[in-house]
Design a protein around this ligand. Structure first.
Ligand SMILES: [Zn+2]
Ligand SMILES: [Zn+2]
Length: 367
């Protein structure tokens, strides 16, 4: 079928909104009409060449929700008409990682993503006979997407699809980092470095977990104010004062410090702001080949540092739970969307994301 999509030819190029060909779903795949898709840091990293996640030309976009139009052969769980959240966590079920119960590290999915393919090692996207690559098996900067059924989760019909799209990546990652990765207990002192899409969801994850103190750190006054609405108890403007000193002044340090930027400086600040036995969780994605140097002294205070991949999420468990939290009024999603845009606005919207300006921009499709 012919669809409209935003094609990116290479690092730093402008998006070309163009007609592309999308082949029908194959074994274990579903065709989804995209309703909304957010702009995430991973898309920006691919655009800027900070982390190469797929070859070019590519259709980016992965934080998405929509409606199933057609189920391919062997896709038995989802039916046409199902509203779904799409995800970059498909799994094959038979590789070593899947058999070990770690489907988020599925080797089949990893190989497919590295080559811009779907799970069977081929692409469904082309333009005038030229192959176009998939992005993280989603490619949602397009009216329709063919995706692995294992990467799509049905949601209740009353959940608006633009807010559902955010669950797919920013919310799963931020909320999951608190609830699944660190398992922050009630009463904890928490600091969050970076209040973009993921950081704001770390803040609200900490609020829902019952943290006693939630210190938001950013260089944007607007983002700090948004963090306050989502549950931050204290705000630290890192452009105006040393965040480590500010955090230490408040309570002598924190039990959990989350880093949501993927930068060495903020990882070091997160580490330095821990109190005895505290844990730093690096949620931000770092440039390939990056290293971090930490002060080794606090190791004797039994401090820990750990990584986190997409909030240690279990799709089938966490997506419905987050949908339920939103519908119950506990999870705030409306506040996270600052701009609703079209495909033609992508260049400008990524400029805003790069500048750290505003919360989430979400591409909306009228079908
Ligand atoms: Zn993302
Ligand atoms: Zn697998």
């Amino acid at each position: 079928m012919k669809i409209t999509a935003a094609v990116l030819a290479g690092v730093g190029a402008r998006f070309e909104v163009d007609e592309v060909e999308l082949a029908p779903p194959r074994e274990g795949e579903v065709l989804v009409e995209i309703a909304a898709t957010g702009l995430c840091g991973s898309d920006l990293n691919a655009l800027d060449g900070k982390r190469s996640l797929a070859p070019f030309p590519v259709v980016l976009g992965h934080e998405a929700a929509g409606t199933v139009v057609e189920a391919g052969p062997g896709a038995g769980r989802l039916r046409p008409g199902d509203r779904v959240v799409l995800s970059i966590l498909p799994s094959c079920g038979h590789c070593q990682a899947c058999k070990k119960g770690m489907p988020n590290y599925c080797a089949t999915a990893g190989a497919a993503m590295a080559d811009g393919n779907l799970m069977d090692g081929s692409s469904r996207l082309s333009r005038r006979g030229e192959r176009i690559n998939h992005f993280l098996t989603v490619s949602s900067f397009a009216q329709y997407a063919v995706v692995p059924e294992s990467g799509a989760v049905a949601i209740p019909p009353e959940l608006p699809l633009d807010r559902a799209a955010l669950i797919s990546c920013a919310v799963l990652t931020g909320y999951g980092a608190v609830r699944n990765t660190a398992r922050v207990p009630p009463g904890s002192r928490v600091a969050v470095f970076g209040c973009g899409g993921v950081g704001l969801n770390i803040v609200q994850g900490a609020r829902i977990a019952g943290a006693a103190r939630i210190i938001a750190v950013d260089v944007s006054r607007a983002k700090l104010e948004l963090a306050r609405r989502l549950g931050a108890t204290d705000l630290v403007h890192a452009g105006e004062r040393d965040p480590v000193a500010a955090i230490r002044e408040l309570d002598g340090g924190v039990d959990y410090a989350f880093e949501a930027l993927g930068r060495e400086q903020t990882i070091r600040q997160a580490w330095d702001s821990l109190d005895l036995g505290g844990e730093a969780v690096v949620v931000g994605l770092m440039r390939h080949g990056a290293t971090v140097t930490l002060d080794a002294g606090p190791l004797v205070d039994e401090k820990r540092i750990r990584g986190c991949y997409l909030g240690s999420s279990v799709l089938s468990r966490d997506v419905p739970a987050l949908a339920g939290l939103y519908l119950a009024g506990e999870l705030m999603l409306d506040e996270l969307i600052s701009h609703r845009i079209g495909l033609a606005d992508l260049d400008e919207a990524f400029g805003r994301l790069r500048a750290g300006d505003g919360a989430r921009s979400v591409v909306m499709f009228d079908h």
